[in-house]
Design a binder for this molecule. Structure first.
Ligand code: ZN
Length: 195
């Protein structure tokens, strides 16, 4: 894993803008095709971002359609000669081109999201160790939130009980929101799409 991250970082670069330019350089046609079908059908469209064994070339996996708000992206198949999955691309047909918290935590090293309505693509990169550390923190906050919620359901169902737990839950949520927005600010790039 670390060797792969190193190889890919050398090709892509770890700067904030580099993921956008790397993906557009190799995959512009496929991005535009996905945006077009997503707009026509008001459903998410996407594909795996696949790399050659030495990470020097990228290719898009097969195009997959989802519903209005989700997509089974890993059904996309990488073409022959491009066995490494380095990222995924999908559209948000009725939302902004910002990765959802879910997108950040489940997707691999690179993730790109395009909004047909906005005419924009936003990519994030988890290639730097600091970016991966920040995503792990988001994941930890998410699971702490879920745990606390479960505990509240069990210990104090109904309104008004367990104020201490409720305010703890708010604090986790606030911290999660701050971390999420900071990640988007520090590790995402945006680019305008033509057409
Ligand atoms: Zn998404």
């Amino acid at each position: 894993m670390e060797a792969e991250v190193g190889n890919l970082s050398r090709r892509v670069g770890t700067g904030k803008e580099s993921a956008c330019s790397f993906v557009l350089l190799h995959l512009l046609n496929k991005v535009e095709e996905a945006v077009r079908v997503s707009r026509e059908r008001s459903r998410e469209a996407g594909f795996r971002i696949c790399a050659s064994p030495d990470f020097s070339r990228l290719a898009a996996g097969s195009l997959i359609m989802g519903d209005g708000t989700s997509i089974p992206i890993y059904q996309s198949q990488c073409p022959d000669g491009y066995p490494k999955t380095v990222g995924t691309f999908h559209t948000h047909p009725t939302a902004l081109s910002v990765p959802s918290p879910q997108d950040l935590t489940v997707e691999p090293l690179l993730g790109c999201i395009a909004s047909p309505a906005e005419g924009k693509m936003t990519c994030f990169s988890k290639l730097s160790p600091e970016a991966r550390r920040r995503v792990r923190k988001l994941e930890a906050l998410q699971s702490e939130y879920r745990e606390t919620e479960r505990m509240m359901d069990y210990l104090c169902p109904g309104k008004g009980g367990c104020l201490g737990l409720a305010s703890h839950l708010h604090r986790i949520w606030d911290e999660f929101a701050r971390e999420y927005l900071a990640f988007v600010r520090d590790y995402c790039c945006s680019t305008t799409l033509g057409g």
